[in-house]
Design a protein around this ligand. Sequence first.
Ligand code: SAM
Ligand code: SF4
Length: 431
Amino acid sequence: MNEYDSNRILDITKKINYNSTSKIQEANCYILNTCHIREKARDKVYHDIGRVKKEFRGKKKPIVLITGCVAQAEGDILLKREKYIDAVIGPQSYHDINNIILKIENNKDKINFTEFDVVEKFDQLNVIKNSDSKVSSFLTIQEGCDKFCKFCVVPYTRGPEYSRSLSEIMVEANQLVNNGAREIILLGQNVNAYKFEKKGLSDLLYKLNEIKNLKRIRYTTSHPQDFSDDLIETHKNCEKLMPLLHLPVQSGSNKILSSMNRNHSIEDYFEIIKKLKKKNSNIKFSSDFIIAYPGETEEDFEKTMLLMKKIEFINSYSFIFSPRPGTPAADMKMIDLNVAKERLTIFQKLANDIKRDYREQLRNSTVKVLFENKVKNENKFFGRDEYFNSVIVKSDYELIGKIKNVRVNDCNQNTLFGSIISEKKNEGFAA
Ligand code: SAM
Ligand code: SF4
């Protein structure tokens, strides 16, 4: 979502003649868009500002803005401690960034702008064309969260659940496709909680499925509690919906799920997976896990290991529980750090073994790849298969924006390496 927000911030600031540069020394405004989901977020900001200071030593200081969830949660502390920062701007107030920049240009005071103005934000963003021209583009449809899992900072930094209107989203989706997008990844902290005037995520997926030049649709991140039967049905009916679902589970133990306030049991989770597989037998899953949540016993941890073995997630993100200031779990008794680290190592080894075995099975098979970009200075192209696996092939022909059948010759933990096996004219088209 931060990547989407960063692109939109760029679209907004173009209105006052700012543009992006890859050379830090050339910048006269430096915007650091931050994430607060796990610890050390504030330290990272100080570290990054240190780098900027070094670059600009002896030169005119650029305008320095901190946006995103660290600005929302810790803005006052940042402004007080680091005088180099000119303003902090929350994730629901960045639509006002041009006024803030103009005020700073006129030497006004430090600014802390962290209102929850999400309606106003999207009202303003809707009239500014999305200029993202990536083959695979993000599109935020929902923000915020009302679920208050005890470990999570999102309800406090992004605010309550908010869904954009279906028509706004369709306008933006068409803009992205006209810019060259062939894949759209719908975003939301709880994307499947999307609801606008009785229309849910399934209604939106059917609509997007009709956009002619759009070839692939994905959505992330879903919450098991909001996984309705009509959404499950789309995995059979929307042929553009890719067969990989990211469905965070956090733990395999009902006791821990309840203590986290996740509002579903592990049996509910299995039921969703069973129903999805019934509708689409090709579907595979990825997930998020929190290891060593307060109160997690060896037995609870074993249940998470069993869950991993049972579902065989082809990708997973696992982290040791990180206490976030202001969340209820931050006051709970932490698991000994050595135990936590040991559990994480054991869990990640299992996850990696499963991923490696899955990838080994892909050798000599055919995968359908949407190519996104060219590897710098080489005749190689990068793309992703239907399961979001990274794929690299050699080609003397332009492949960006095309979907091709690729034979997998080799693989490592992160990438599949292959060669194009189909050159049928009608399989794809240039962006
Ligand atoms: N809304 C999604 C859900 O409910 O599953 C997840 C969104 S959250 C922004 C992304 C992931 O960050 C979570 O699935 C969780 O695994 C991880 N996460 C959030 N807070 C955490 C914490 N305090 N410690 C460790 N991991 C955390
Ligand atoms: Fe955080 Fe997701 Fe829980 Fe909301 S549902 S509080 S975003 S983990």
